[in-house]
Design a protein around this ligand. Structure first.
Ligand SMILES: Nc1ncnc2c1ncn2[C@@H]1O[C@H](COP(=O)(O)OP(=O)(O)OP(=O)(O)O)[C@@H](O)[C@H]1O
Ligand SMILES: O=C(O)C1=C[C@@H](O)[C@@H](O)[C@H](O)C1
Ligand SMILES: [Mg+2]
Length: 174
């Protein structure tokens, strides 16, 4: 199988972390839409949002998703990639989509420990736990409807990778 693998889910669910590990396990290339987008723009997400608003960031995100998608590639996406229908359709049609699902408490703990504010400027202006709860409530259904497979991303990284590999093996066997 050389179809791209798209990792989706909320901020802090581990798309970047797990994507890098998964890449080694299946001998794919790794790309991260947030990283490529920021390199191409020469600006951080926070700077883009100040200059162009979230609409400017979202337009760049759609272009980046299409630019990075290649065979044999694990694509770690940004947490809001599923907001645009064009992105949801693109990922489902061009690869295998995996939702890294984790509860609010786990996501909030990780984001408090590793805020990376230049890549994760506030979405709502609210404190972390409230923001994570609000955003997940808005997006969970979109993550689920876009995903071919859902894994428990609150597990340790090795287990999350193993869950993904199992889902891919089962899908191939069926
Ligand atoms: N399964 C895991 N177990 C423990 N810690 C994890 C796990 N996955 C990620 N982390 C930690 O949580 C933090 C956030 O992870 P990561 O940056 O991979 O999330 P992300 O989904 O890519 O977020 P974003 O949407 O903002 O890009 C990192 O510091 C990482 O070390
Ligand atoms: O959840 C979101 O909307 C975002 C998540 C990050 O990965 C970045 O793509 C950006 O900060 C927006
Ligand atoms: Mg990431």
């Amino acid at each position: 199988m050389t179809q791209p693998i798209f990792l989706i889910g909320a901020r802090g669910c581990g798309k970047t972390t797990i994507g890098q590990r998964l890449t080694h396990a299946c001998d794919f290339h790794f790309v991260d839409t947030d990283q490529v987008l920021q390199q191409r723009a020469g600006m951080t997400v926070a700077d883009i949002v100040v200059r162009e608003g979230w609409a400017g960031f979202r337009a760049r995100e759609t272009q980046t998703l299409q630019f990075v998608t290649q065979p044999a590639t694990v694509v770690a996406t940004g947490g809001g990639i599923i907001l645009a229908e064009v992105n949801r359709d693109f990922m489902r049609q061009n690869g295998v989509v995996i939702y890294l699902n984790a509860p609010v408490s786990v996501l909030a703990d990780r984001l408090e420990a590793f805020p990376e504010a230049s890549q994760r400027p506030t979405l709502t202006g609210k404190p972390i736990t409230e923001e994570v709860a609000d955003i997940l409530a808005q997006r969970d259904a979109l993550y689920r409807q876009t995903a071919h497979h859902i894994v428990d991303a609150s597990a340790c990284p090795d287990d999350v990778v193993e869950q993904i590999l199992t889902e891919l093996r089962l899908a191939r066997a069926s």
